[in-house]
Design a protein around this ligand. Structure first.
Ligand code: 5J7
Ligand code: CA
Length: 512
């Protein structure tokens, strides 16, 4: 018993739940497939000035290079070694990016692929992003080095060697995920290589990790790995800071492995959030916005202080994976802005904004045949830079949702209301809702097919506020709508259902 208590205390003291964001910032953005050089520029010219606290980057480790199909985005989820050259750039470019982002107070979180290496069919001497030799047939990865012994095959008892049944936890963790060579993380040696990789990145200045495919790794192994990580680099973080950990566990219910096995170790991605919010926004299955009154734990989601939340991610925005067709993405931009706005206004979880690239969607029988397509690239497969247009949007098929005025301004809203409780909830019993965050901010959303025309209690001090959805405050004027809050905190709102963006948001720093 004493030992158990000790172990739990140790577990808690090693717990890594804070993203360590600077200057009261609260959200991170996933710059999916961006080059390091572009991220460095973006930190300086856009993310820091607009209150973004951090960036999730694509896997920086050496990966396989696949040409059939042509350079798919998922090739980066098939590691060849922990060398730091990837489709996003060289180790020097990575280091430069980390330094420059840290210098403007924007944290970097690394996507760590540590459950597996490349696919068993990955061949011998095929292409890899640093040009390193490997042989997937003999499980030889000399530049780690890993060999045959470092993989789990002996412990997997399915006939294919792959995971065949998600109801068998031993299979899910010891067999190959879609044929990817499964690392034996219970071996000290394998863990030491993973720890060495992660510690190198910590020493370079990253603030934490998004850990890929955690459902497929034993919590006990992960606990040892996280516990062996260095504290963050004191050039940018206060002494004793533990790396922020958020673990990808896709748990929509119905499987024996649950997120709760991982919430003691670090934060966990809450996939129910986007799946359910998508249904609510689309009004599927009789869902209504008014039911969001108890959004969060009340909807059978994990505790707020354990959750990392998002409307869509790089995987489920392609109709893949968790949530299926209910997931709202930039392709449904009007609903998407509302959904992301709602997420950023609501106190639940640490929020992640998605920043995507467009691809040629091509549906056959409801499935996107082009869900594999990689980022905008030149004919030889090299990723293109992100060009910035004079109107601040991005060019060349980079979507840059994080630069959309409505989303960017709601990231600022979340910073302004940080620490305030949800307050002054209102709804019309249908799809019109409003809520505040103490006396610091208020949002009103109309997702019904008729007008919203009501006087609501905002909880804000009296005055004239600029709506940050239709515009924002610039100097002493509003570029969009204006809202007058009376001295009793009440304000009149009118939102037509046919408006470009049928929602309004005001906060303490948008007051004239
Ligand atoms: C794992 C889960 O536990 C889960 O619940 C889920 O929905 C998806 C995955 C999953 O994770 C991966 C992690 C990696 O690092 C690398 C990967 O390749 C995967 C992966 O493939 C994967 O599952 C794919 O998507 C699911 C919706 C399908 O049910 C799976 O069969 C699998 O689909 C496979 O995708 C195809 O069967 C295969 O033919 C194809 O080559 C392969 C292409 O790779 C991907 O689509 C990569 C997806 C991916 C998903 C992630 O969540 C992620 O973090 C990284 C990559
Ligand atoms: Ca595994």
């Amino acid at each position: 018993m004493k030992l158990l208590v000790l172990a739990m205390l140790l577990g808690l003291s090693l717990a890594q739940f804070s993203p360590h964001m600077k200057h009261g910032r609260t959200s991170l953005v996933h710059l999916f497939e961006w080059r390091w050089a572009d991220i460095a520029e973006e930190c300086e010219r856009y993310l820091a000035p607009n209150g973004y606290g951090g960036v999730q980057i694509s896997p920086p480790s050496e990966s396989i290079v696949i040409t059939n199909p042509w350079h798919p985005w998922w090739q980066r989820y098939q590691p060849i070694s922990y060398n730091l050259c990837s489709r996003s750039g060289t180790e020097n470019e990575l280091r430069d990016m980390i330094t420059r982002c840290n210098n403007v107070g924007v944290n970097i979180y690394v996507d760590a692929v540590i459950n597996h290496m490349c696919g068993a069919g990955g061949g011998e001497g095929k292409h890899s992003s640093c040009g390193t030799y490997f042989n997937a047939n003999t499980k030889d990865f000399p530049s780690v080095p890993y060999s045959d012994w470092d993989f789990n095959d002996g412990k997997c008892h399915t006939s294919s060697g792959d995971i065949e049944n998600y109801h068998d936890i031993n299979q899910v963790r010891n067999c190959r995920l879609v044929s990817l060579l499964d690392l034996a993380l219970e071996k000290d040696y394998v863990r030491s290589k993973v720890i060495e990789y992660m510690n190198k990145l910590i020493d370079m200045g990253v603030a934490g990790f998004r850990v890929d495919a955690c459902k497929h790794m034993w919590p006990g192994d992960l606990s040892i790995i996280y516990g062996s990580l260095n504290n963050l680099n004191t050039k940018w973080f206060s002494g004793g800071s533990r790396p922020f950990i958020f673990q990808e566990v896709i748990d929509l219910g119905g499987e024996p492995i649950t997120s709760s096995e991982y919430t003691g170790l670090g934060r966990v991605t809450e996939f129910k959030y986007g799946a359910k919010l998508g249904k609510v926004m689309r009004r599927w299955d009789g869902e209504k916005l008014c039911y969001l009154r108890n959004w969060g734990e009340g909807w059978a989601m994990m505790p707020s202080d354990k959750a990392l939340v998002f409307v869509d991610n790089h995987d489920n925005q392609r109709g893949h994976g968790a949530g299926g067709a209910s997931i709202v993405t930039f392709w449904d931009s009007r609903l998407y802005k509302m959904a992301v706005g709602l997420m950023l206004a609501h106190p639940y979880g640490v929020t992640r904004v998605m920043s995507s690239f467009r691809w040629d969607r091509y549906f056959v029988d409801g499935k996107d045949k082009n869900d594999w397509m990689g980022p905008p690239s030149y004919g030889n497969g090299t990723t293109k830079p992100v060009p910035i247009n004079p109107d601040t949007t991005c060019g060349d098929s980079w979507v840059c949702e994080h630069r959309w005025r409505q989303i960017r301004n709601m990231v600022i809203f979340r910073n302004v209301v940080d620490g305030q409780p949800l307050s002054n909830w209102w709804d019309n019993g249908s799809n019109q809702i409003a809520f505040g965050r103490g006396s610091r901010g208020f949002i009103v959303i109309n997702n019904d097919d008729w007008i919203l025309d009501d006087t609501l209690n905002t909880g804000l001090p009296g005055g004239t506020y600029c709506d940050v959805i239709s515009g924002q405050k610039e100097g002493s004027r509003c570029t969009g709508k204006q809202v007058t809050v009376e001295s009793d905190g009440r304000a009149y709102f009118k939102i037509s259902n046919s408006e470009e963006d049928p929602f309004i948001s005001i906060h303490a720093e948008s007051k004239l």
